[in-house]
Write a protein that binds this ligand. Structure first.
Ligand SMILES: NC(=O)c1ccc[n+]([C@@H]2O[C@H](COP(=O)([O-])OP(=O)(O)OC[C@H]3O[C@@H](n4cnc5c(N)ncnc54)[C@H](O)[C@@H]3O)[C@@H](O)[C@H]2O)c1
Length: 284
């Protein structure tokens, strides 16, 4: 079991050499960067998304990195689409070793005004889509003898509330919980399951809020590191979790968020001065 799960034995940074990784939502943003990083670390890629033109562009990145790419239209809310994606990968490459359940959407509305369809649309893609991706991949991994890795994409919103995106926050909290359940269920099969909870990352999903001066500035000012994260920084965490460098980690959620979840508030100049006065008084 897990004979294909190579460590970076050669020390050349190719921790995913010989692995076949499925990435959903690979046409854009985090999913595209994860596919490119996995290819750079030696994996062949099986990629699903609703946006086939975007998938073609990601496939070119994978091929440019010297790896094979299989891209297919796949709606993660449909089990049959995921089954045909994973089966196509297994048929083409002989095995599937990694699933990154990354596809996600936002569809926000104030809590009192959110209708059922808006609620369900996000739960369907962001939570049910992750459950189906994990289950379909795990069934393939078990059928091929066990061993494998699943990486679910959650969010800092898994740990926070939102007045305008209660559906998104609930779905992401669900992903973090599902990650624990799947990790317990799949550990006997040698399959590790972890999640990533990114903070404010520069992707097409966040472009409207990044470009809105009040919201964008506030999100950045609430991030202790004082900037957005890049998709490459999310992909680096995904590659770590997918590799044997994380061989004793399962059921965890790792947060590349620049410190956002520290619940940090930059003290005003006035507050800073009051602290300094207190300190001076104590020392006097
Ligand atoms: N950008 C951020 O700040 C941020 C922060 C935390 C978590 N995330 C999560 O990262 C993941 C990727 O988001 P992103 O920022 O790269 O957004 P993005 O919009 O750039 O990419 C999302 C991709 O998912 C695809 N997709 C949407 N619905 C789908 C479906 N039903 N089936 C298949 N594919 C579908 C889209 O076509 C798109 O290519 C999401 O799960 C998102 O919630 C993003």
């Amino acid at each position: 079991m897990a004979a294909r799960q190579g460590r970076d034995a050669g020390g050349d940074g190719m921790r995913l050499r010989g692995k076949v990784a499925v990435v959903t939502g690979a046409a854009s943003g985090n999913g595209r960067a994860i596919a490119a990083r996995f290819a750079a670390e030696g994996a062949d890629l099986v990629m699903g998304d609703l946006d086939v033109d975007g998938l073609d562009a990601t496939s070119r990145l994978v091929v440019d990195a010297g790896r094979a790419a299989l891209g297919r239209r796949c709606d993660v809310t449909l089990a049959e689409d995921l089954t045909s994606l994973v089966s196509a990968g297994a048929e083409r490459f002989g095995h599937v070793d990694v699933m990154v359940a990354n596809a996600g959407i936002t569809n926000s509305a104030p809590f009192l005004e959110m209708d059922e369809a808006t609620w369900r649309s996000v739960l369907d893609v962001n939570l049910t889509g992750v459950f189906l991706s994990d289950q379909v991949a795990a069934r393939q991994m078990v059928a091929q003898g066990g061993g494998g890795v699943i990486v679910n994409v959650a969010s800092i919103m898994a740990r926070l509330g939102s007045e305008t995106a209660s559906n998104y926050a609930a779905a992401k909290a669900g992903v973090e919980s599902l990650t624990r359940s799947a990790a317990m269920a799949l550990a006997p099969h040698g399959i590790r399951v972890n999640a990533i909870g990114p903070g404010f990352i520069d992707t097409p999903m966040t472009q409207p809020i990044r470009d809105e001066p009040v919201i964008g500035d506030q999100l950045i000012s609430r991030t202790p590191m004082g900037r957005m994260g890049s998709t490459e920084e999310v992909a680096a965490v995904a590659a770590f979790l997918a590799s044997d460098d994380a061989s004793f980690m399962t059921g965890q959620c790792v947060f590349p968020d620049g410190g956002f979840l520290l619940n940090w508030a930059r003290p005003s100049q006035e507050v800073m001065e009051a602290f300094l006065r207190l300190q001076a008084q104590r020392q006097a």
